[in-house]
Design a protein around this ligand. Sequence first.
Ligand SMILES: Cc1cc2nc3c(=O)[nH]c(=O)nc-3n(C[C@H](O)[C@H](O)[C@H](O)COP(=O)(O)OP(=O)(O)OC[C@H]3O[C@@H](n4cnc5c(N)ncnc54)[C@H](O)[C@@H]3O)c2cc1C
Length: 447
Amino acid sequence: MKRRDALTLLGLGSLALAGLPRLGGNTPRKGRVVIVGGGVGGATLAKYLRLLDPGLHVTLVERNPIYIRPYGSTEVLTGHITMKDLDVTYDALHETYGVEVLIDAAVGLDPVKKLLRTAGKKELPYDRLVVSPGIQLDYGAIPGYSAQVAETRIPSGWIPGAQTALLAKQLQAMRPGGLFVLVAPPNPYRCPPGPYERAALVTEWLQRHNPTAKVIVADPKDAFVTDETMLLGWNRLYRYNPPDDYAKKLAAKVEVKRHSEGGPITWIRAKDGGKVKRLEAGSLQIHTEGGVLKADVVNVVPPMKAATLAFDLGLTDAAGWCPVDRRTFKSTKVPDVHVIGDSCIADAMPKSGFSANSQAKVAARAIVEELAGRPVPEPVWENTCYALAGMHYGLFVADVFRLVDGKIARTNGPDRYLPLDASPAQIRLGARYQQAWLRTFTQDVFE
Ligand SMILES: Cc1cc2nc3c(=O)[nH]c(=O)nc-3n(C[C@H](O)[C@H](O)[C@H](O)COP(=O)(O)OP(=O)(O)OC[C@H]3O[C@@H](n4cnc5c(N)ncnc54)[C@H](O)[C@@H]3O)c2cc1C
């Protein structure tokens, strides 16, 4: 789509370039903030900057006119929602909060003149630039995998879009009794419980539509956040027998059934040979350290690093993520640039939408205070990752974070998870909270 068409589609047209309605009437402009990336981090920041200080001029640069939300996108695979349900517009950011929305791709910056350059040949001056470009998927890290294979044969969909739709089609057309393999990523990655929730929802769907089919999670790790509550859910819903060490840990707190015959889902950890060495796209063979899996449908969640733009702007470190001052999320690499969301290094905070939203609110406050010459207050962040072991089986991990010795540290106690002895009603409620969160979260970020 041409840029002019995209602006027209947003109802912005020349208005977007000429200046926009603002909160607070004719409040004088007190600074110019340019934000790149209209995903969770960038959209939250744009909205909350305008709420905190209606005098700020806020421009959001986003390359796509519609945001396809990643959170909740697994439900497309099982037909619970459609691709269309993932679409979010920037209308409210513009119309309600007076954010200038520019549909264009950022390509570079001049840190001395403080200008952001776009593919549409614009040079946007800023007092502060905030970058929240998300992740890129490192397809090439798994031999045999590539962006081209992901688009045509073995989708990932961890950045949702056409690959999500392809995976849904493949799953729904899988032969009776077929094998679905999910290749899990190494740490750190976007949405820590996400791959296991995906495996669970696919298993639940297959039980109903393809009851002899099987699901295998091939994992380069030995553990994951929410593992105990998720594996207990699988035990109850899918006759899953947890590995002995997990079974022992769980049995100390709750009854775990030992099923004489294992169910449809299997988790192969690194220590059991789950790490994938290479893929054969043509034959759908997955070579793991423990042997070869011959699959019918494969979903790969590859290793990740900060989005390409973060590299292009010189914001990344040797590990491929963006180091920041934790109090303000100011880049330690480029002055007057902040990085939030999945791209930044935030220590104990997971790479999640909830975290990106919490970081955006803290960064918005820091920017407003600094531009006004006031001290930045002591930050507090939160994260809750809700996850489903089945559509009516909800669980979560919930944390509060503060600065400890310059790093972001978890400061709540050990009771972070749905209790293992939660009642059936609490578990059902957990699933309701997850669905409610998807709705209210989108409202908080974009509306
Ligand atoms: C299957 C799945 C389930 C998930 N479930 C949850 C959940 O339950 N809870 C939760 O908290 N999180 C969840 N997440 C994670 C969550 O979606 C991400 O952590 C969150 O979107 C990160 O926000 P962000 O702003 O860093 O990046 P994004 O939301 O990805 O936004 C980045 C934006 O930057 C834009 N961009 C990139 N480069 C440029 C450029 N050069 N110029 C202009 N624009 C650019 C992109 O187009 C994109 O719109 C899930 C993710 C997946 C994949």
